[in-house]
Each structure stands twice: as structure tokens, then as C-alpha cells.
Design a protein around this ligand. Structure first.
Ligand code: ADP
Length: 172
């Protein structure tokens, strides 16, 4: 069992342009996820394509839209760590199409874009966040955005409170 699962999260150009980065990051922090890497990047078209080509199911047309969208303006790239980090982050961000994401999720709360509107305008749907879908995707995606030495190893007090068997605070 991997107690320290890692996931790659991108706050897409719409999140950065709308000044939503703090609001979104605070949702990841408050659930208990640990930030192990984070930076602001202006992706190249090649980087955007390398990232999205990890998912073999995306049609070429959507890939092209994603390449244009992601390389148009800075993104915040981050690696989050914690128990079941991959499904926990996916739960917090909500389903891919904002129209269908639940209220209370990041996409559900902060955007009302939809596939038909995106298709009509010939662009990628603006859904604020990308998060890895599986352990194998996370492993490959992290390498697209970070050098190994950019992942910082440190202890967080929060991990002790969440996971230590012995939470004994009585005086000696
Ligand atoms: P997710 O980002 O939730 O993992 P996918 O991997 O299926 O979803 O799609 C990657 C990204 O491609 C989505 O986040 C979205 O920005 C875009 N996208 C997917 N399908 C469409 C579509 N039909 N129209 C416009 N954009 C799309």
C-alpha cells in the first residue's frame, strides 16, 4: 500500500487568469494533501502535447485545442502527496465537463463552461484544473513538468496528526 501517493495537478490558464489559484490550492491543503512541488510555468506547445499525449484516448481535434489553451498563458504546476491523493484530488475537482460537475467541487463551484459551448467556439473546455487519472499517468506526467530534484522531501506536522498510531498528548 502506497501511503504517499503522488499526483500531478495543473491549475490551467483560466484558473491563473481569474485569480483562483489561492482558492483552489486552499481546497487541496485543507483536505490534508501535502505540496511537494509547485511552480508557475508558461508551457510550450510541445510540453502541452507531451502532457496530453499520455492519455491515448484524446481525439486529435481536442489535443489541438488543449495545446493552444495550455500554452496561451501561465499555469501553476504542482505535485500533491497523501493517502489516495489521485482519487481524492479527482473528487475535489469534479467531473470533466463543468456543466456536470457537482456543486461543492472546484469545477462545479467556479465555472459554467460546457462541451457544446467549447465545441461551438472551437476550443478546449475551460475547466480550471488538470489532475492525474491513475498512478501510471501521475508518474509520467510529473516527469513532464518537474526534474526529480524539484520534488522536495520534508516532514509535515500534519502527517503526524493524521497518520501516527500513537497520538498521545498526555504529560509525561
Ligand atoms: P480530465 O481532465 O477530467 O482528466 P480528459 O482527460 O477526458 O478529462 O480530457 C482532458 C481535457 O480535454 C479536459 O480536461 C478538457 O479540458 C478537454 N476536453 C475533453 N473533452 C472535451 C470536449 N469534448 N470538448 C472540449 N474539451 C474537451
Amino acid at each position: 500500500m502506497n501511503k504517499k501517493e503522488r499526483t500531478l495537478v495543473l491549475l490551467k490558464p483560466d484558473a491563473v487568469q481569474r485569480n483562483l489559484t489561492g482558492e483552489i490550492i486552499s481546497r487541496f491543503e485543507r483536505v490534508g494533501l501535502k505540496i511537494v512541488a509547485m511552480k508557475l510555468v508558461l508551457p510550450t506547445e510541445e510540453q502541452a502535447l507531451t502532457h496530453y499525449r499520455i492519455n491515448p484516448n484524446l481525439p486529435e481535434k481536442i489535443l489541438n485545442h488543449l495545446k493552444t489553451f495550455l500554452s496561451a498563458s501561465p499555469v501553476v504546476a504542482m505535485v500533491l502527496e497523501g493517502n489516495k491523493a489521485i482519487p481524492v484530488v479527482r473528487k475535489l475537482i469534479g467531473s470533466t465537463e463543468p456543466l456536470k460537475s457537482d456543486v461543492g467541487t472546484i469545477r462545479g463551484d467556479f465555472t459554467l463552461d460546457s462541451y457544446d459551448l467549447a465545441d461551438a467556439d472551437g476550443r478546449a473546455v475551460r475547466n480550471l484544473v488538470h489532475a492525474s487519472a491513475s498512478e501510471s499517468d501521475a508518474e509520467q506526467e510529473i516527469k513532464v513538468w518537474f526534474e526529480p530534484e524539484e520534488l522536495v522531501n520534508y516532514k509535515s506536522v500534519r502527517e503526524k496528526i493524521l497518520y501516527d498510531v500513537n497520538l498521545d498528548s498526555k504529560p509525561e
